[in-house]
Ligand binder design. Structure first.
Ligand code: GLN
Length: 530
């Protein structure tokens, strides 16, 4: 079978949830028995979002093969359980960098390098890169941004060309918005019509329209859109606001989106995969039926939902699997100090100390750890959070009052967290951290060994600093154990205080690999313990 391509574009306004729609389509096609991958093409010029402030773009997600990507890749993995990789995240910056490198090498010798065809050809090659080796039946490509943006023009031209080249093996899905005007009491389809016209003027006729809406759209509205936008009636789907993003695939399925997509490719579901979404349905049923609730504090410095997206989703998902409604309270570490920490963390069943960079809000994180450690409140430190657990222990248990990370002060006398050897000679910021999946060996008898139920694990990283092994013996003797280490270079990957109820810090990011149907054991155990 030829690889099938599905392009997902967005119109009218941003933030319609293209990532969730793409992920839902991926989940539905998987359930129909097909092999699927989802990739994101972002029109911004950064090579990757690794150097972006989370306030700009939300969390930076990291793939197992060590690429810093858009947070939508987190949705793709959580919804499909399929690992993404370097080919699944492309930006304008990466495209231009590749083309300019080729120009310097002389690959286009004698030619004038232009957006069309050189940039568009590079985009097309990247779109098709995941097809190599016949690994996937469907490649879903989400185009970031909104139709009409100057930046996205080359991507849309590439899609136009690809559609023409691929004929029946390509499909365009356009996501738009239908506003409800309260004063007039009317649902308005005009913005959708305009957005489709704009796409058509670029030479792209969408095959399927998905209409985001706050209110249920009656059949006549859907039919009107179909008629005015040249799409078949069964190809106008509505995506109403739902209580949970995990209900979206079910809503799309109820309207026959999976059937319509397959029919447009002249396909059916694979025999034996009668579009069974039962596991997913079970999950959503459980989500709606949560009784017990637990309160978890998220101690971090970015007061923005998307900044800790994967952590929030991992906690929520673990809650659903353990029958607990997870209520998250964001605690801004910049405002925390020894005097107000008790009040700020009062009533919380557990606390997550978040990842981060730089010195802002660091002392507040340390104060939070002092409080949770001395009050035996379950605590989960992730990356910088783990490093703060180590510093807090050094200061208040080992008596090294000026213990710090060299990230906070390069000349600190007790650099219990220090810059990694591999980082010392680097002069470039972007893409140079310790990134992606590395092996970790769990210590016999440790809490984490029991949680994972195995000795060797692999987890994703994104950091420059590490536990300073010169201090390891002192920590272990005083009760903070190294429970996981890299078997090749002995880097400390996990610390825990076994005498406490739940006190674990990981240098890696378990949140990147927690999915809806396979929640991460650490998040599961943490939530279960509350
Ligand atoms: N800033 C720390 C480091 O680079 C932690 C990074 C993180 O939390 N992702 O090591």
């Amino acid at each position: 079978m030829d690889t099938k391509y599905i392009f997902v574009t967005g119109g009218v306004v941003s933030s319609l949830g293209k990532g969730i729609i793409s992920s839902s389509i991926g989940r539905l096609l998987l359930t129909c028995g097909y092999r699927v991958t989802i990739q994101k093409f972002d029109p911004y010029i950064n090579i990757d979002p690794g150097t972006l402030n989370p306030y700009e773009h939300g969390e930076c997600y990291v793939t197992d093969d060590g690429v810093e990507t858009d947070l939508d890749l987190g949705h793709y993995e959580r919804f499909t359980g399929i690992r993404t990789s370097v080919n699944n995240s492309v930006t304008t910056g990466k495209i231009y960098q590749a083309v300019i490198d080729k120009e310097r090498r002389g690959d286009y010798l004698g030619k004038t390098i232009q957006v069309v065809p050189h940039i568009t050809n590079e985009i097309k090659d990247r779109i098709k890169a995941n097809a190599a080796g016949g690994k996937y039946d469907f490649i879903i490509t989400e185009i970031g941004g909104t139709i009409g943006d100057i930046e996205s023009a080359p991507f849309l031209e590439a899609i136009r060309q690809l559609r023409w080249e691929l004929g029946g093996n390509a499909l365009c899905i356009h996501l738009t918005y239908v506003p409800y005007l309260k004063a007039a009491g009317e649902l308005k389809t005009k913005p959708t019509q305009h957005s489709v016209k704009e796409l058509q003027s670029l030479g792209i006729q969408p095959d399927i329209l998905i209409l985001r809406t706050e209110k249920h759209l009656p059949q006549e509205v859907l039919r009107k859109v179909a008629a005015f936008c040249n799409v078949s009636n069964d190809a106008v789907i509505q995506s109403e606001d739902l209580p949970s993003i995990y209900e979206v695939p079910l809503n799309m399925h109820r309207q026959g989106l999976d059937k319509t997509i397959l029919a447009k490719f002249g396909m059916e579901h694979v025999a034996g995969h009668e579009q069974s979404l039962s596991q997913w349905e079970d999950f959503v049923r459980k989500e709606k039926d949560l009784h017990a609730s637990v309160k978890i504090g998220l101690v971090g410095k970015y007061d923005l939902q998307d900044a800790y997206k994967s952590i929030r989703e991992s906690l929520h998902i673990a809650g659903i699997h353990t029958g607990k409604k997870v209520e998250i309270r964001f605690v801004n570490s910049e405002n925390l100090n020894a005097d107000n920490v008790e009040e700020a963390l009062s009533g919380l069943d557990g606390v997550v100390i978040c990842p981060g960079f730089g010195t802002r809000g660091i002392e507040g994180k340390i104060d939070a750890v002092t409080y949770t450690r001395t009050h035996n409140i379950p605590t989960f430190g992730i990356c910088l959070g783990m490093q703060m657990m180590v510093i807090e222990f050094a200061r208040n248990v080992l008596g090294l009052k000026d213990a710090r990370s060299s990230e906070m002060n390069p000349d600190t006398p007790h650099n219990v967290i220090d810059l990694m050897e591999s980082q010392k000679a680097l002069s470039q910021m972007g893409g140079t951290m310790r990134l992606g999946g590395y092996a970790c060996e769990l210590a016999a008898g440790s809490h984490v060994r029991k949680i994972y139920g195995k000795k060797l694990i692999r987890e994703r990283h994104r950091h420059r600093y590490e536990f300073n092994n010169a201090y390891l013996d002192r920590f272990q003797q005083a009760g903070m154990a190294c429970a996981g280490r890299n078997p090749e270079n002995n880097l400390v990957e996990i610390v825990e205080i076994p005498s406490l109820k739940w006190f674990i810090g990981t240098q890696f990011h378990p949140e990147y690999s927690s999915t809806v149907l396979e929640p991460h054991p650490l998040f599961m155990d943490f939530v279960r313990s509350l």
